[in-house]
Ligand binder design. Structure first.
Ligand code: BGC
Length: 342
């Protein structure tokens, strides 16, 4: 854990120099008392945070971290649940605008609604950081007090493919010369889902492997859906399935339940990979029940989002084409999993 915190801090601090302008403060909370906030709670003004839905495992860690950092810095923070409903989120944004918040941090319900969101915050002149669901560069280019903080989703897909290539038989458990997989996808409207689906398989084909897609189904980032899809596919394709790709860990946790119920054993007769490095997934990687996962670094992203928000509040503006700030993903395997466990 210590190693990981040091690594994350290093990453946040080094990125801050390139991306969001110099920021002397680490965004991971005050390890050093001299860094501690001295403002009274709420003294720095009110920040509105819109989350696409609270009932999302990864976004729960993310929003709690974000809220903690902002409060620690002396902001008044209001976090609202969009309930996966874009109309509702638009109303929440309008309410924050009416209240005159200093800045907004928005995790859009739908990236297709980004135009409307951006036009609302632009008209109100509110500095805004978008997180987790990336709009296009074109959509963002209309407002210079707007920045996106997230990750390069293609990288997480590539890492998933590499995790399979690093196994003993490179994913070809039955030795028939091809890797037969099922893909359990997040919400396909989301760029993370699209790119993870594409790049996980691309890593295999780029390495010269033959692949066979037995099934691709949308599980909408949801554990129960992941479980159902894996259960149906295991019943239908049985031992043909060598690899289960899940666009996130929550769906992988569901798939693992189905895999175990079907009497299959991960890393022996089937491989399973996810993305996020949720605590539950880290435990399963450590126990050998998941082949691996990819750290979607909520702490660094939250730290970066706050840093960019403060940059905007201090007058930073963004040129078109330079409005996406990425934090790196990290591959998690049984060998390094201990570095990530709390
Ligand atoms: C995460 C998912 C999460 C989604 C929400 C993705 O980056 O990997 O776990 O459900 O974001 O938009």
């Amino acid at each position: 854990m210590k190693k990981y915190v040091a690594l994350a801090l290093g990453l946040v601090m080094s990125l801050s120099l390139v991306a969001c302008g110099p920021s002397p403060e680490p965004s991971q909370g005050p390890a050093d008392p001299s860094q501690q906030n001295t403002d009274a709670p709420g003294e720095k003004g009110k920040i509105g945070i819109c989350i696409y839905k609270f009932d999302d495992a990864f976004m729960t860690t993310y929003r709690n971290t974000l809220e903690g950092i902002l409060k620690e810095k002396g902001y008044e923070v209001v976090v609202v649940d969009g309930n996966n409903d874009q109309v509702k989120q638009n109303e929440q944004i309008n309410t924050f605008v009416t209240q005159g918040v200093e800045a907004l941090i928005i995790n859009p319900v739908m990236t297709s609604a980004a135009d409307q969101i951006i036009s609302t915050v632009k008209d109100a002149g509110i500095p805004t950081v978008l997180i987790n669901r990336e709009p296009t560069a074109d959509q963002m280019s209309v407002y210079d007090k707007l920045v996106y903080v997230g990750c390069d989703a293609a990288q997480s897909g590539t890492f998933q493919g590499e995790l399979i290539l690093e196994t003993e038989n490179q994913g070809d458990i039955n030795g028939d010369g091809k890797i037969s997989y099922i893909m359990i996808q997040g919400d396909p409207e989301n760029i993370d889902a699209k790119l993870r689906t594409e790049y996980s398989v691309k890593a295999l084909t780029d390495a010269g492997k033959e692949v066979e897609e037995l099934d691709l189904q949308r599980g909408d980032w949801d554990r129960n859906k992941g479980q159902e899809i894996a259960q149906n596919d295991l019943a239908k394709f049985g031992n043909q399935i060598e690899v289960v790709f899940c666009n996130n860990d929550d769906m992988a946790m569901g798939a693992l339940q189905a895999i175990q119920a079907a009497g299959r054993t991960v890393n022996k007769d089937i491989y399973l990979v996810g993305v996020d490095a949720l605590d539950a997934a880290l435990n399963e990687v450590a126990n050998g029940n998941m082949t691996g996962t990819v750290l979607n670094d909520a702490k660094s992203q939250a730290g970066k989002a706050v840093e960019c928000m403060e940059g905007l509040l201090n007058g930073t503006t963004y040129a078109p084409g330079e409005q996406s700030i990425y934090v790196d993903y990290v591959k998690v395997t049984p060998e390094n999993v201990a570095d990530f466990q709390g």
